[in-house]
Design a protein around this ligand. Structure first.
Ligand SMILES: [Fe+2]
Ligand SMILES: [Fe+2]
Length: 286
């Protein structure tokens, strides 16, 4: 097998995205869904159930008594926090998978993904965009998932990628493509496709470094993820060399009609929101 075939084979070997999370998200998306329907789905997965109860009984919620029923915990948490818990729980397992190459950054990569997801939420709200909140959060959370696969092929080629980026002539993504034959955005899109995510999420992941190439109907979502990615890097949640090569930032700001004062406001909102999400996802901020 040549390198490109090996990479494709590695995409096929990725663990599936947890069905329980997919199904739970579908129920939560229904307005005034039945809590008992959601509990039926969640209770099948012991780890998910344990996480929900753990969060509900954590100091973060400060409830006066211990909650031991899943149904009660689901009601206490409410759908927004439940969604964050379920999606970040599934994504953290994928991002934190030990591997070579970028793995030195596994923890950094996970925090970057979470920060991008939080930033995308803040942006979506600030811009009052009518794009589905779950879709935005999921696409942003998984935007760099391709790095998890490419990571194992990078190890001894990392220096080559790094020096190309440092030369200033290549973006991180261009250097990856040159050295590996694929870039992480492309591979991420293939992974999302194999997980049966909708075309909107696949497009946002595939084109997060070149939103202008995203199909028109998904372009706004892609731009949102792309900008959230850049802003997350800007506020210190970057991943090594990738952070040096964010292109088209000014253009995106212009397109979404954001001025410097908006960005300052967004960063403040992000910091508050990130703290909350880290509590929910059980992540220490730094
Ligand atoms: Fe990326
Ligand atoms: Fe990224």
């Amino acid at each position: 097998m040549n390198l490109m075939e090996e990479i494709i084979a590695a995409v096929d070997e990725m663990p599936p995205f947890p069905q329980v999370v997919h199904r739970a998200m579908q129920v939560i998306a229904i307005p005034e869904y039945e809590v008992s329907n959601l509990v039926e789905i969640l209770k099948v997965d012991q780890a998910v159930t344990a996480n929900i109860l753990k969060l509900c009984n954590s100091a973060y919620f400060g409830l006066p008594r211990k909650v031991s029923s899943l149904k009660e915990a689901v009601v206490y948490l409410g759908s927004d926090q439940l969604k964050q818990l379920l999606l970040s729980g599934a994504a953290s397992k994928i991002y934190e998978k030990p591997s070579e190459g970028y793995a030195v950054f596994a923890d950094e990569l996970w925090r970057h993904a979470l920060a991008t997801a939080v930033m995308s939420q803040v942006l979506r709200r600030h811009l009052r965009l009518k794009i589905d909140e779950n879709m935005v959060f999921t696409a942003a959370l998984l935007h760099d998932v391709g790095k998890v696969v490419l990571s194992s092929f990078v190890s001894d080629r990392y220096i080559a990628i790094e020096s190309m980026v440092e030369s200033g002539d290549y973006s991180f993504q261009e250097a990856e493509k040159d050295v590996l034959g694929f870039d992480h955005a492309e591979i991420g899109g293939k992974i999302a496709e194999s997980w049966d995510f909708p075309p909107s999420i696949v497009a946002a992941i595939t084109f997060h470094h070149e939103p202008a190439r995203s199909p028109k109907e998904f372009r706004l979502l892609t731009e949102l993820v792309a900008l959230a990615n850049n802003l997350a890097v800007m506020v210190g949640y970057g991943t090594g060399v990738d952070g040096l090569a964010c292109r088209g930032h000014g253009l995106l700001l212009q397109k979404l009609k954001l001025e410097e004062k908006d960005v300052e406001e967004l960063i403040l909102l992000f910091q508050m929101e990130m703290e909350k999400t880290c509590d929910i996802a059980g992540v220490s901020e730094r």
